[in-house]
Unconditional design. Structure first.
Length: 318
């Protein structure tokens, strides 16, 4: 055999031995490293901020029929989620993928800010006995963490909309119309729509006679009792104060914070809207600045079908 061929063969063998030694060294280092850096059991936890009142979030996540748990979407990546129990402030979820089940515990933490809270969720997986099993279980734990974090992000977006947690869309704005021409009277029972329409038409005529301009839709103060009688007040926002000799009563509104919600339907829907708005206010510890009122977006005097009524509920607050 020529010398140079023998030399090349010897170098190849030496190179192969070196590669094998390197692989053996890496293997000997990697195996203890896997046991060192992937402990048993594998514990996973995360804290996330969520928009919404803590009790509302608890009720939302405790609902076993919530689409977040039942709907098979691309985020779930083969996992199914089931609510197995709840006791405020904790919700217990079971994540299932093939033959593996993971128990996840969610804890709701109240926040100083009324409109948000925190979710602390955690779970653990057995690490396994072999290095390969440990690596596989570690990767599975990381994958589940990413999936569940995305699920909670969906809850954050969903709960941030008041129509999902209170049933109506509540918008914070400012009082725009500060001069309201009003007409009031007392009744022995809550005012009917026909009586309110008579009062609105009378007030409209008085405003016209006083050379004032109506700047928005008619409104009415929520009926309340005074000495056993119901006070009914209707009003129109006007462009200016009347002359001193005018008989029109003017109510001045403070240009402060205003919570509004648009309601579709008749008196029952409007009354329900008031209750939902009241719940929102109580949850946030907000103080009411004045009596709530409703704006008739639909002219109730012309539209007899209450299902077609559109009403804006307005709550002045501090």
């Amino acid at each position: 055999m020529p010398y140079y061929i023998s030399k090349i063969r010897t170098l190849a063998i030496m190179k192969l031995r070196l590669i094998l030694k390197i692989f053996l060294f890496i293997f000997l280092i990697a195996i203890p490293g896997i046991y060192l850096f992937i402990p048993s059991p594998i514990r996973v936890s995360k804290e996330q901020k969520i928009k919404g009142f803590d009790e509302n979030i608890f009720a939302l996540l405790s609902n076993s029929k919530l689409k977040l748990w039942t709907h098979k979407d691309s985020i779930s990546d083969g996992y199914t989620f089931n609510v197995t129990g709840s006791a405020y402030p904790r919700i217990f979820i079971e994540a299932v993928n093939a033959d593996k089940k993971v128990k996840i515990e969610i804890e709701i933490i109240s926040n100083d800010k009324i409109d948000s809270c925190k979710l602390y969720w955690h779970y653990q997986l057995p690490a396994g006995h072999t290095p390969w099993a440990r690596v596989q279980n570690y990767l599975q734990a990381r994958k589940l963490k990413e999936i569940f974090a995305k699920k909670m992000d969906i809850i954050d977006e969903y709960a941030g909309k008041t129509e999902n947690t209170y049933g109506i869309s509540i918008v914070e704005s400012k009082v725009k119309d500060t001069l309201i021409a009003t007409l009031s009277r007392y009744e022995l029972k809550p005012a009917s729509t026909s009586l309110i329409c008579i009062m609105i038409n009378n007030l409209r005529q008085q405003i016209s006679n006083s050379n004032l301009l109506i700047t928005d839709s008619a409104m009415a103060i929520l009926p309340h009792t005074t000495e056993g009688k119901y006070k009914v007040m209707v009003g129109f926002p006007v462009n200016k104060a009347p002359e001193s000799n005018s008989n029109i009563a003017i109510k001045k509104m403070i240009p402060g914070k205003l919570l509004t919600a648009t309601i579709y339907g008749g008196p029952a829907a409007v009354n329900k809207g008031y209750l939902q708005m009241k719940e929102y206010i109580i949850d946030r510890g907000t103080e009411e600045a004045a009596l709530p009122y409703e704006v008739f977006v639909t002219n109730r005097c012309l539209e007899k079908d209450t299902a077609k009524w559109i009403t804006k509920i307005c709550y002045p607050v501090f």
